[in-house]
Design a protein around this ligand. Structure first.
Ligand SMILES: *Cc1c(COP(=O)(O)O)cnc(C)c1O
Length: 390
């Protein structure tokens, strides 16, 4: 055996497995909230200091959840990970566990609605937040101060697919000792090199590409062992943000096929976006893999691919609704990263709570459709969209 590091796809199948005395092949589902001790002394000792394979209570940790944490941390290139009940529990845990009143955070403005809610919550507790246009490095430079504690952004924003330059933002943040927290859902762990590029903490909604079949909610915080175990975990384990072992078990299985799925979905997304632009001649097709995307070069440098999400503008809400109602394969829903292709109208659903002014500032026009490309045949998806527009 050579010492050549294993490919992430190999690690995604094997890493982190813990086998019981039965030697089961598949990852075991330890559907238990508690653990029994051999003696009162052992219970006492474990509450003082529990080792990596010693568990107390599933809100603190569980063998199945730990397998998922080890596997995703390994794929992401992070020292450790804490698995959470949802992506939002991960965003909340990474931020709330870290900041205190009076701290200053700089955040990209183009965020998922619930991420904006968490930042509003922090502001309510006396954290100062400065919002910037995340694609403009000069705005980051102007907003980051010597006392800035953290920067936060979605590496690829929802739903307009703006790409944030992780390396450039991290350089500015690290110059003042600020922590870089990246919500990396749209990049997916397959195309992420966020830690190598300078992110300190990477959060995922595992609900999306990690599960990949739209079954379970889950999330994960990846980072240094210190951040994960000393900052995020105490907050999450005491406030009830841990993942269910059942969901962690589904996520573990999701990771084994994630690379294949996400690459196939990305190939189809590229074909789909190309057809929208070249054949259907839609005036506004947003896909980081297309040369027409404003940050195409950055996307290629940072991720090496365009990802699984596409956005198109049909000009008006009426045109968007008509097309959605005619689609047969694309399902009208609001998840993403699913095996089933999904069409979402952000203005009236995921981003409904924003003011019209903010929506337009973010490029969320009334005719905009967000498309999550699934595992169906790309030709069938293109044809479904074509007939919906006819
Ligand atoms: C879905 C999503 C979340 C929230 O994840 P949940 O699992 O739904 O809680 C956070 N950030 C981004 C970018 C998302 O797409």
């Amino acid at each position: 055996m050579s010492d050549k590091p294993l490919h992430p796809r190999t690690r995604a199948v094997h890493h982190g497995i813990r086998r019981s005395q039965y030697g089961e092949m598949a990852e075991a589902l330890f559907m238990t909230q508690g653990f029994s001790y051999d003696s009162a002394e052992q219970a006492e000792a474990r509450f003082i200091n529990s080792g990596p394979d010693e568990f107390i209570y599933a809100r603190y940790g569980n063998p199945t959840s730990r397998m998922f944490e080890d596997r995703i941390a390994n794929i992401e290139g992070a020292e450790d990970a804490f698995a959470t009940a949802s992506g939002m529990a991960a965003v909340n845990g990474a931020l709330m566990g870290f900041v205190k009143p009076g701290d200053h955070i700089v955040s990209s403005r183009a965020l998922f609605g619930s991420c904006l809610y968490v930042l509003d919550l922090l502001a309510r507790f006396g954290v100062e937040i400065s919002y910037v246009d995340g694609t403009d490095i000069e705005q980051w430079r102007a907003a980051i101060r010597p006392d800035t504690k953290a920067v936060f952004f979605e590496t690829v924003s929802n739903p307009t697919l703006e790409v944030i330059d992780v390396t450039a933002v991290a350089q500015l943040a690290h110059a003042v000792g600020a922590l870089v927290i990246a919500d990396n859902v749209f990049s997916t762990p397959v195309y992420s090199r966020a830690i190598e590029q300078g992110a300190d903490v990477v959060v995922y909604s595992a609900t999306k590409h990690i599960d990949g079949s739209g079954r379970c909610l889950g999330g994960v915080i990846c980072g240094s062992r210190h951040f994960v175990r000393e900052v995020a975990e105490p907050y999450l384990k005491h406030t009830g943000g841990a993942i269910s072992p059942f969901n962690a078990w589904n996520m573990l299985n999701g990771l084994t096929t994630m690379d294949l799925r996400v690459r196939a979905q990305t190939d189809s997304a590229m074909k789909f976006a190309t057809a929208m632009e070249d054949d259907l001649k839609l005036p506004r097709v947003i896909y980081p893999g297309l040369a027409s995307h404003a940050q195409h070069d950055l996307a290629m440098r940072q991720m090496g691919a365009g990802g699984t999400m596409v956005a198109v503008d049909l000009g008006s809400k009426d045109a968007a609704f008509k097309a959605m109602n005619r689609m047969r394969i694309f399902q009208i829903s609001n998840n993403l990263g699913d095996a089933k292709s999904i069409v979402t109208h952000p203005t009236t659903t995921t981003h409904q709570r924003l003011s019209e002014e903010t929506r337009l500032q973010l490029g969320i026009t009334p005719g905009l459709l967000r498309l999550s490309i699934g595992l169906e045949d790309a030709g069938d998806l293109i044809e479904d969209f074509r007939q919906a527009l006819a």
